[in-house]
Design a protein around this ligand. Structure first.
Ligand SMILES: NC(=O)C1=CN([C@@H]2O[C@H](COP(=O)(O)OP(=O)(O)OC[C@H]3O[C@@H](n4cnc5c(N)ncnc54)[C@H](OP(=O)(O)O)[C@@H]3O)[C@@H](O)[C@H]2O)C=CC1
Ligand SMILES: Cc1cn([C@H]2C[C@H](O)[C@@H](COP(=O)(O)OP(=O)(O)O[C@H]3O[C@@H](C)C(=O)[C@@H](O)[C@H]3O)O2)c(=O)[nH]c1=O
Length: 291
């Protein structure tokens, strides 16, 4: 069973490699080795490697910068999916593509299901939604996994930004009016492994779009308070660091974020038996490892 991971240097790409290298023949491609915006290269490499599964963890993930650096965000998150699906289809590979809670506008009061209409309110979300549509149009054997607020010990993410800020300032101001859930990358990668095992064992399943995120739901301020609490306990931050509550309207940001992008993950549980994991335990673990 051969697996190709594209975007292997990102936080999710690395987690997928850590999980899958234990039992599978995994080939990894970094941006330097396979730029997904290069149609010819993508096609040649995928056809040459001929993997059974392709995991596309490559993306443009700077939500603020995407508002102005529009061509790059669009090429990487949207157009490149035409190249990847064309080559995947040609060799009959199964594609796992990753998308975001930011495809939703946040106007729903409950958690979002896979069947809810996606209306992005920022350009990153727009490009990710076009990418999803390109996957659906381009092939049949795909999984689009929408996830939220990824964190890990590696790469750039909210948890690491908060610790860094806590080291530099005594007072942090964090929004209270955006709700979703943090997801530890290794929990997401393990969910993907469960899906692959399920398929390889010949069990019943459906291709298509799935939601997977951590539990419990929270807002960014709640997440930040938990990060600070653990960092104080581990003596990484001093006791006098405080987290102030602010509203999104007080932020100086170009990209709007949804007030509610909680993902309903009941479909992945029903079809693949995958349970959501509690992110608190993972947060303890990564902050301990940052020491
Ligand atoms: N981070 C998050 O909070 C969330 C992420 N997601 C989705 O999950 C997926 C993984 O995200 P995450 O691991 O956090 O992202 P990262 O930003 O950590 O990693 C993305 C990787 O893609 C690479 N990349 C960028 N452009 C190209 C290109 N043209 N060709 C090949 N590789 C490229 C980057 O390389 P380089 O470092 O050289 O730029 C980087 O290694 C993405 O699809 C993202 O949209 C969904 C919800 C939340
Ligand atoms: C760092 C910081 C952020 N915030 C706010 C800004 C923003 O509204 C919210 C989240 O901050 P960030 O900009 O770090 O996170 P953001 O880049 O919006 O994170 C998103 O990344 C993409 C890739 C996704 O797909 C999403 O699921 C989500 O994880 O918190 C504060 O209020 N104070 C702060 O000090």
């Amino acid at each position: 069973m051969k697996i190709l991971i594209i975007g292997a240097q990102g936080q999710l790409g690395k987690a997928l490699y850590d999980i899958f290298k234990r039992k599978y023949n995994v080939i990894i491609k970094t941006r330097q080795q396979m730029d997904i915006t290069n149609d010819e290269l993508v096609s040649n490499e995928i056809i040459k490697i001929k993997p059974d599964y392709i995991f596309n963890a490559a993306a443009y993930t700077d939500v603020e910068k995407a508002e102005t650096d529009r061509d790059s965000a669009l090429n990487i998150n949207a157009i490149a999916l035409k190249h990847i699906t064309k080559a995947s289809r040609e060799i009959g590979a199964i594609l796992f593509h990753f998308s975001t809670d930011y495809v939703f506008d946040g106007n729903k009061t409950e958690a979002y299901k896979e069947t809810d209409v996606a209306v992005p309110i920022n350009f990153y979300g727009e490009t990710k939604l076009i990418g999803e549509e390109n996957v659906r149009k381009g092939m049949d054997k795909y999984f689009i996994i929408r996830t939220s607020w990824l964190f890990s010990e590696r790469g750039t993410n909210f948890a690491k930004k908060i610790i860094k800020q806590g080291m530099e300032n005594k007072s942090l101001s964090i929004v209270t009016d955006q709700y979703s859930s943090p997801t530890y990358v290794l929990d997401l990668a393990s969910a993907v492994e469960r899906m692959v095992q399920h398929i390889n064992n010949g069990k019943k399943f459906e291709y298509g779009t799935y939601h997977y995120g951590g539990l419990p739901y929270t807002n960014w301020n709640g997440f930040a308070k938990k990060i600070i609490e653990i960092a104080k306990r581990e003596n990484i931050l001093s006791e006098d660091v405080k987290v102030k509550e602010i509203l999104s309207s007080e932020l100086d940001s170009m990209a709007k974020r949804p007030s509610n992008s909680r993902l309903d993950c009941s479909k992945i549980k029903r079809i693949f038996g995958i349970e959501q994991k509690n992110w608190n335990e993972a947060l303890d673990h990564i902050i301990f490892n940052l020491k």
